[in-house]
Design a protein around this ligand. Sequence first.
Ligand SMILES: *[C@@H]1O[C@H](CO)[C@@H](O)[C@H](O)[C@H]1NC(C)=O
Length: 455
Amino acid sequence: MATHSIPSFLLCFSLIANAIYFAVSQPFVGVNYGQVADNLPAAEATAELLKSTTVGKVRLYGTDPTIMRALANSGIGIVIGAANGEIASLATDPESATQWVNANVLPYYPESNITMISVGNEVLSSGDDGLKLQLLPAMRNVQNALDAASLRGKIKVSTVHSMALLTRSGPPSSGSFDPDLVERLRQLLVFNQNNESPFAINPYPYFSYRSDPKPEMLAFCLFQPNSGRVDLGSGKFYKNMFDAQVDAVYTALSNMGFENVEIVIAETGWPSRGDNNEVGASVENAKAYNSNLIAHLRSMVGTPLMPGKSVDTFIFALYDEDLKPGPLSERAFGLFKPDLTMVYDVGLLKSSSGQIPPVIPGKTQWCIPKVEVSEAQLQENIDYICGGKVVDCEAIEAGGACYEPNTIVSHAAYVMNLYYHEAGRNPWNCDFSQTAMLISQNPSYNTCVYPGGRN
Ligand SMILES: *[C@@H]1O[C@H](CO)[C@@H](O)[C@H](O)[C@H]1NC(C)=O
């Protein structure tokens, strides 16, 4: 079909529809709804809160029927959990798995959009050998029960792992699993592969920083400007710890032959408060981590080993959980307070405009640096855009149409605008950690043509 024959107003409409779709739902951004607390809002209020955000999915640790009912017909994807304490009976008795599905899935599905069942949480690092042995049989029985209910493929079965499974995670190319667990993991990964379910894991750059609290490490963990790290094993360049940890998992999976098993980030987050010895736990850092993480996922840049796509990521957590044991930080990972106000703004509210520059519909726009931004930050943007090979930066290389004037500002402006247009021209594609803005004047000059287009 001759694509040039599509009327331009249709093309324009599809771009607007695309932008609206992304503003309504972020399929790859989810949130964990932990409930180890005695002060949380009612399920109905929580469901309303979730619907007021761009969060596309929520993970429950159990099967709370009130929240499942409250989320009915919202489209929000729901991951439910079988507790570690339920694994023994699920493993030994297929009938118990059938009953589990009958009680916790069938009454709610499909109105409540259950997408996955996590059987157990961090079982392989639990130190309980009996439980480790029963995990796979329990997952099989739950899968069989779903198959029998004709839900195969609609609801996936998996389990969630701790990052502690990796004995090495830095540099990413050295990522490898604990040799003592490799055989058991292999069996679980065969299950993931056969049932097309993801490998779910919990990376926390916060813990990396806490064990090595240097300023450079903080910037690396918070997706802030830093000198980055070259992985000599792969030759890849890392700008942030999240990508490094995800790629370490990918490497460990690849080395076992399971690079085709999808990775899901079941938990990641940053505490807004902590005890005196918990360095780095602050509102400022938590806000930086979570909002930069969301911007990174929205950008669809991906990781150096998995470019061009975003891993599904569930932020930990929706609320602070006041009854969690341990250090203060454990009770302070929430994005929202029990009174439904934000602990800090990460730009997830549908009406929120805090992080996202205004869009003037129908007007041609270009993305350029804000005036007050330093050259160092602009160089970061150039490295990020051109290092990731997401866009072709040839025009600013020697001999290219936009090489002159050979200044950081001019080069950054050209590639930031190019990135904005190639990434889909959504407002958040012109953010770059809040160093960019949209304008409606065409910055093109001489032979250097800035791509333009309508929002
Ligand atoms: C259910 O949630 C998933 C994951 O967010 C989403 O891809 C899917 O479209 C949702 N289904 C419906 C019927 O809304």
